[in-house]
Design a protein around this ligand. Structure first.
Ligand SMILES: NC(=O)c1ccc[n+]([C@@H]2O[C@H](COP(=O)([O-])OP(=O)(O)OC[C@H]3O[C@@H](n4cnc5c(N)ncnc54)[C@H](O)[C@@H]3O)[C@@H](O)[C@H]2O)c1
Ligand SMILES: [Zn+2]
Length: 371
């Protein structure tokens, strides 16, 4: 099975979702019609396995692709790594007739996308995301960039790839933790836009956990459609795209306070619950819905434990540092129902006053602090 969707930004580009993707003519033609020198860039965990396999598959089509790698992990999503890759490409005399293939998780797609945007003033990139999070989130929407000691993703640009190829077979080797990180983003998409998807995630639990290919193709397709619709309406993240930040205002602060001991998915899962609680306090969401969401997250083995709320002042300080807060005021995406965000007079976020936030953080501490 292969599914295709098109991202309608300028220029438009296709996303293909399937298994055994490289055996399909449409993918073969994509590479052969490019007529570029190909360089696969991946991370050190994937180079000997997924990297070599992709290189060999391209060879079967008569295409030569060089394979480069940089050390895996967020710690290497840096300007230094970008520079080192640029130097390696320049030394090997790659010019404007190059196409970079970003093969890996969100670290690889973010960094290689940024590299492609500036190398020789811009060369095409094809993304081959290999984590669930990179498929449903990082490879759609054109945000690229690197981290700095001052904060994450602070240097980068918007740059759209030529195509995105999502092969669900890659997901079979993903750790349970990385898989959960992607599932949390899918659950987030359902919560802000699609109640039916939410219920399918609930009922198809067994197939989803088994990573059954056809089930994953459907799930990723639906999740990508949600992100697609938001980025198409708001390419530069000035309006509707803010909805994608649901759970992340609290989630990012949890990550910061806990020094990234929790995975992104674990932190965002708790973040979504606290932001649901705020929605409830604000008189929008029923308590029963909050419980339903919590049950789903527990079903997907999210531990929902952190002591990040123990020191409220520290928590608020970290939240204020989040680049999404405006003039130190706390703005949140709120929900009315599952699949229905609260949009007030065209605003996608709502300012929450200090007292309400304070109560929510007390509630969070009572719910999630098990130490
Ligand atoms: N651009 C965007 O819009 C956007 C959106 C969300 C996240 N991001 C970025 O994405 C990054 C996180 O992405 P991630 O969670 O994919 O992390 P990641 O790229 O670090 O991958 C996680 C780990 O899984 C390994 N891995 C990757 N594919 C694998 C596979 N198929 N089998 C086994 N192991 C595999 C990697 O080597 C790595 O160790 C962050 O830097 C974040 O800022 C960007
Ligand atoms: Zn996220």
């Amino acid at each position: 099975m292969i599914k295709q969707l098109t991202i309608n930004l300028a220029p438009t580009y296709p996303i293909y979702i399937g298994d055994e993707l490289l055996t399909h003519d449409v993918i073969k033609n994509l590479f052969t019609n490019l007529n570029k020198k190909l360089v696969i860039i991946t991370d050190s965990n994937l180079v000997a396995t997924i990297g070599k396999t992709l290189q060999k598959q391209l060879e079967q089509y008569g295409l030569t692709a060089e394979l480069l790698a940089f050390p895996a992990g967020e710690a290497h999503k840096t300007r230094e790594t970008k520079q080192s890759l640029e130097d390696q490409l320049l030394q090997r005399k790659y010019g404007r007739d190059t196409c970079l293939i970003a093969l890996g998780g969100g670290v690889v797609t973010d960094l290689v996308g940024f590299l492609a945007a500036t190398y020789c003033r811009g060369v095409p990139a094809i993304y081959v995301p290999t984590t669930l999070l990179a498929m449903v989130d990082a490879s759609i929407g054109g945000k690229t960039g690197v981290d700095t000691p001052y904060g994450k993703n602070l240097i980068g640009c918007f740059y759209q790839p030529k195509a995105v190829l999502m092969n669900v077979n890659y997901l079979l080797s993903l750790s349970a933790n990385e898989y959960r990180n992607g599932m949390v983003e899918i659950i987030k998409h359902a919560m802000i836009a699609d109640a039916d998807l939410f219920h399918r995630i609930k009922h198809q639990y067994v197939h989803i956990m088994e990573r059954a290919p056809n089930c994953l193709i459907e799930l990723i397709d639906e999740s990508c459609l949600i992100k697609k619709s938001m980025v198409e309406k708001d390419e530069k993240d000035l309006g509707m795209r803010q909805l994608l930040n649901f759970g992340h205002t609290i989630g990012h602060a949890i990550e910061a306070v806990s020094h990234y001991q929790l995975s992104h998915g674990e932190a965002v899962a708790i973040g979504m619950l606290v932001e649901c609680y705020l929605s409830m306090q604000y008189g929008l969401l029923d308590e029963a819905v909050l419980q339903e969401i919590r049950t789903l997250l527990e079903q997907y083995h999210l531990p929902l434990q952190t002591n990040a709320f123990a020191d409220k002042e520290l928590f608020l300080e970290k939240m204020a540092l989040d680049k999404k807060s405006i003039n130190n005021k706390a703005y949140f995406v709120l929900l009315e129902k599952i699949g229905k965000p609260y949009v007030n007079a065209g605003q996608f976020t709502t300012r929450i006053d200090a007292q309400l936030l304070d109560q929510a953080l007390d509630w969070a501490n009572s719910q999630f602090n098990r130490t």
